[in-house]
Design a protein around this ligand. Structure first.
Ligand SMILES: [Zn+2]
Length: 326
């Protein structure tokens, strides 16, 4: 019996990471600190280690936090009212901008920025895969850019199935984050990431019949939190495929869809302000190779801080603030 209990404890992911999440739900509210010094937008409610917590967004910086219910005064509010009352914040402006590009079947949402400096945003997808994490991308990033940018900013789009199959690789990534080598914005890339070789795009990926979008979004986030990851307010469509209806289902969860204008594995070359897409799940080594080459080509510029990797959240804030000035 003792052995059985021990095996169960060893296999239980919440035990492994020390956190348990239950009753994870979409919940919209305004949260104010007890001293009324600051307020934030609440987008989820959950029980974290059996106590009420909230996932909150700072609408000015787009940073997200898991906050204990005991530290906040929370007043529930419909999502449309929150959007209206915060319409001039970078968060809500970015949601609106993304929605202007909602109808396209491929690459909807935000795909490009207009930064004041030379550089790009790097996004790395971890779609389900039997292959191990391509760790070389991350070690190259810290060795090429780690002196100028410490931690190196990047975004990882993660799926539920990848997390399930790659415990040690995920732990390795989280250690890089803990050591302040990398600063990772964690993007929800759906749970199952279903894909079919036969189906046309209109019926493929999340547009495939039987998709439960609520599960795809919330289960991924809940398991991220169990593993010690704070979800960001970004979402990446599997295959970059969506339609208008699906797009608005996702934004109703408070998530901003992020596409890419430079999928390196598909011969799309980056420009200034590009959102680069590579896969570190072992399935697209050519994209990794091209990105590493790009870093080497820009080496002199990056040493002089004339070519940088940007943080997705800061890129949004900068882009929206620049528009406000126009
Ligand atoms: Zn993917």
């Amino acid at each position: 019996m003792k052995t059985l209990v021990l095996i169960f404890l060893l296999l239980s992911p919440s035990c492994l990471y020390g956190h348990s999440v239950s009753d994870y739900q979409l919940y919209t509210a305004i949260g104010s600190s007890k001293d009324n010094q600051y307020s934030s937008i609440v987008i989820r409610k959950l029980f974290y280690n059996s106590k009420v917590h909230y996932l909150t967004v700072n609408p000015e910086t787009l940073s997200t936090h898991i906050q204990a219910g005991s530290t906040l005064n929370v007043s529930e509010c419909p999502w449309e009212t929150i959007r209206r009352n915060h319409k001039n914040t970078p968060y809500i402006e970015a949601l609106r901008d993304a929605e202007l590009n909602a109808e396209t079947l491929q690459d909807a949402g935000i795909t490009h920025f207009f930064p004041s400096q030379r550089g790009v945003d790097l996004t790395i997808d971890l779609c389900p895969s039997r292959r191990p994490l391509d760790r070389s991308l991350f070690t190259e990033l810290t060795s090429e850019l780690g002196k100028e940018e410490k931690p190196v900013p990047l975004a990882v789009a993660i799926t539920g199935l990848w997390m399930k199959e790659h415990d040690l690789d995920l732990q390795w990534l989280l250690d890089r984050e803990k050591n302040k080598e990398l600063s990772i914005v964690w993007i929800n890339h759906s749970y199952n990431h279903r894909t079919s070789k036969e189906l046309p795009l209109r019926e493929n990926f999340l547009l495939e019949k039987g998709t439960d979008i609520k599960f795809e979004i919330l289960q991924t986030e809940a398991e991220m939190i169990e593993k010690g990851i704070t979800p960001s307010i970004f979402f990446r469509f599997p295959g970059l495929v969506s339609d208008d209806k699906l797009f608005h289902q996702v934004t109703a969860y408070g998530l901003i869809p992020v596409g890419s204008d430079a999928w390196l594995g598909k011969n799309q070359w980056p420009k200034e302000g590009s959102i680069i897409l590579v896969h570190a799940n072992g399935n697209e080594p050519i994209g990794i190779h091209r990105f590493v080459q790009l870093m080497k080509d820009e080496k002199e510029n990056s040493v002089n801080k004339k070519w940088l990797l940007f943080d997705l959240r800061e890129s949004i804030v900068e882009t929206e603030r620049a528009k406000d000035k126009d």
